[in-house]
Design a protein around this ligand. Sequence first.
Ligand SMILES: *Cc1c(COP(=O)(O)O)cnc(C)c1O
Length: 494
Amino acid sequence: MKYYSTRDKKNVVSAAQAIAQGLASDGGLFVPESIPAVTITEIQTLCKMDYRKKAVAIMSKYLEEFTEDELTAFVSEAYAENYDCKEIAPTRFLDDSTGVLELWHGPTCAFKDMALQMLPRLLTASLKKLGETRKVCILVATSGDTGKAALEGFADVDGTSIVVFYPHDGVSDVQRLQMTTQRGNNVFVSAVEGNFDDAQTGVKKIFSDREFAEKLDEKGWFLSSANSINWGRLLPQIVYYFSSYCDYVNSGKIKLGDEIDFCVPTGNFGDILAGWYAKKMGLPVRKLICASNRNNVLTDFINTGVYDRNREFFTTISPSMDILVSSNLERLLFMLSDDASVKGWMDELKTSGRYDVGSKALAGIQADYSCGYATDDEAKAYIGKLFKDTGYLMDTHTADAYGVLAKMRGEGENFPTVIVSTASPYKFCDSVLDALGEDSSKSGSELIERLSAVTKTTAPKPLAGLDGREVRFTGSVEKEKMPEVVMNFLSKKD
Ligand SMILES: *Cc1c(COP(=O)(O)O)cnc(C)c1O
């Protein structure tokens, strides 16, 4: 199977090239030239497999250059004891028509592990297949979750190094501790004076600096990115839609072949787009419900076909969804139109911050998607209510999805739906305690203990153990010094 760019169908590459490059040279995103079909009989077979086997079965359809043995080796490392439950991504049922797909049992307690435990393996294997002899340095600017998940994924992976920059004042206590205590001989973490935009601008500048690339090349290094536009990150996410559907069938609450909805807390549109691929492959999905927080640019888009980022940016209690430009949307637009249209819209987005996809593409979007958003107050109210009613504790991102579904469901409506849960409530202790009406004024690890005591739930091990771990990275740099930091770190590596 070949891949081509969303901005130019003549830009064709192999799967290994798509994963190694990340972004197409014309600025587009790589998409598979066709979507492989899965029959109901195959889904029946999948339902008897464990998560790892399902992952090999689904991913191999998109990765013809990789052998089954290779993929089996990758998944047996990516989804193993680093997860705190053997199902890897279990679906818990609140009632017969509401499941919660928990994607946060991995090493960093957020759903990005599902992809970032897999990407390093796909990436290093791709580089090998392409005959690349240099080592790769992954460069990340993070607002919190991605940085830690990428560090865990790449730590001590042969032939790689990873450097993560986070905004000095822009991450939570727990998030900072998670990153600054990261283990591994090939990792480096630094704060940047400023906000997330400063960190991201700094990283982008390094990526586009030719001279810098040449210097690295002389030392046997090149730069790559682990961000969510890489096909190697999207692909592993298709798997858990199948696995959750199987959970639903295996629970006896639906029959094989019955349709269900998925309600997905959305930021960069990667997670929910993976669900769309699953649906197009043949998974019985009726609608994908795109849930946003107050940064509801996607709600407006799915309702009107007009994407308009010219609006106020809000900082919310679901920070991983505080996004005004959802990069992965470009892939959906391409599948519903063509490369020339996508290129035009992306140019408009760049110049005016706005584009209109017209009625034909809009109809295509609305055939597969519903949408809605929840405010912080609503999300908190639902966290409190659900815990009081059922004892189920959810995080703030999951609560946005829960809230959107609750508002969408009229009286008595109960179409079977899976809410995709993207983070452990312990990752956002302060807001969750707040939602429960409890004191949230303490610092990181005290909050974890408090949430555990108040809810009589157990904190995930990776978070509970944070306090005792050695802080390895204390530095903070000005944005201008970021290239120097990368160069110094890599110079010590060879
Ligand atoms: C990244 C993230 C999201 C958003 O996922 P996208 O694929 O960017 O839409 C939602 N919730 C949490 C906790 C996340 O870390």
